[in-house]
Design a binder for this molecule. Structure first.
Ligand code: ATP
Length: 349
């Protein structure tokens, strides 16, 4: 049994199912992201873990003990809310001390642990300020310190970086990840931001309509998406309709391709896995190939996006900048390792 186990969790609100049969095993010290679009059930899952929402079905266990019905204050979980939820009338130090005071920890011990927590989040010396006298990033650190100071068994973060500007968010990602690692604290992180999930966690659980569509490491999710939803939600993909001829062979843009030829399917290939080569270049072993014409190329800093048109459709190839890009209108071949091809059923409209 893993340190934290969610087994068959379900939560309904009226007729709608917010969380539908979610099971997840998290090892001690592991950081797992719950990633998915708005409304897929991430926050409800996190709140069930924290004891803020009671599941209709299923069980939660922590370190071998079942905690499904245990009240929130007895779970020893640190929760960082999206809005930080700091007490505006209390100093930063008192905000951080709150959970320790509630637990009846001795005054001297509280002072020591608050100082330690302030240092951990790099806010030493700011304990006497009020939250409104801090920047957004600093307030976010106070919220983190308040969650960590109780030495929680599990740290729960709910979209807690989404109020920060892009640069600060990036810095905080690294900071939180390094604190999480140095303390070895088991963490669940709710986000709809794939970069956040990819950079901050050991594993990602991609949620879709109240269920976990796939769970795995960043590369698993990115390179081996289990469902069409995961392939579309995480990263970018070229989606090319597959035609099936009367002999049952598959083609894209009326060019034969060695993929499954089931009805109503699309071929998915990541733009970064494709390369552009001269049409005259022989097709290498294990490679798939389509020919088309360069429509345009766009320089995007560290890479160039080349839009290729063929057979009534288009695809994008992402090439490292610095490589010679063929001129607009040029006939080219687009090649990629056949192993990078994914085929998914087309969704009903
Ligand atoms: P977001 O990223 O927008 O916060 P989420 O993935 O965290 O989305 P949840 O907040 O878990 O999604 O909500 C899942 C579904 O349950 C949504 O359809 C939502 O409207 C519904 N829901 C959540 N809380 C309640 C509630 N208290 N009462 C009724 N419906 C709710």
């Amino acid at each position: 049994m893993s340190y934290l186990e969610l087994a068959g969790l379900q939560k309904r609100y009226g007729n709608s199912v917010a969380v539908d049969d979610v099971s997840l095993s998290v090892e001690q010290g592991e950081a797992v992201a719950l990633l998915g679009p708005s409304g897929c059930g991430k926050t409800t899952t996190l709140r069930m873990l924290a004891g803020l929402v009671a599941p209709d079905h299923g069980a939660i266990s922590l370190d071998g003990a079942e905690i499904t019905r245990l009240p929130a204050h007895r779970r020893n979980m640190g929760y960082v809310f999206q809005s930080y939820a700091l007490f505006p009338h209390l100093s930063v130090a008192r905000n951080i001390a709150f959970g320790l005071e509630e637990r009846g920890v001795a005054r001297q011990e509280i002072a020591r642990r608050v100082d330690e927590a302030l240092a951990l989040v790099r806010l030493a010396g700011l304990g006497q300020r009020r939250p409104k006298e801090l920047s957004g990033g600093q307030q976010q650190r106070v919220a983190l310190a308040r969650a960590l100071v109780i030495q929680p068994s599990v740290l729960l973060l709910d979209e807690s970086l989404s109020n920060l500007d892009a640069k600060l968010r990036d810095a905080m990602r690294h900071e939180i990840r390094s604190i999480q690692r140095s303390l070895g604290i088991t963490t669940l992180f709710v986000t709809h931001d794939q970069v956040e999930a990819l950079t901050m966690c050991d594993r990602i659980a991609v949620m879709h309509r109240g269920r976990i569509a796939q769970i795995g490491g960043a590369e698993d999710i990115y390179d081996r998406p289990a469902t069409r939803f995961v392939a579309e939600f995480v990263g970018r993909a070229n989606v090319l309709p597959i035609q099936r001829d009367t002999q049952g062979r598959a083609s894209v843009w009326e060019q034969a391709l060695p993929v499954e030829a089931a009805m109503n399917t699309d071929l998915f290939v990541r733009p970064q896995r494709m390369r552009i080569v001269p049409v005259s270049e022989p097709v290498g072993e294990g490679m798939a190939r389509l020919t088309g014409r360069v429509l345009r190329s766009v320089f995007v800093g560290d890479h160039v996006e080349v839009l290729v048109e063929g057979g009534g459709g288009q695809l994008t190839v992402e090439m490292p900048s610095g490589i010679a890009i063929p001129a607009e209108g040029a006939e080219v071949a687009v090649v990629w390792p056949h192993a990078e091809s994914r085929v998914f059923a087309r969704e009903a409209p």
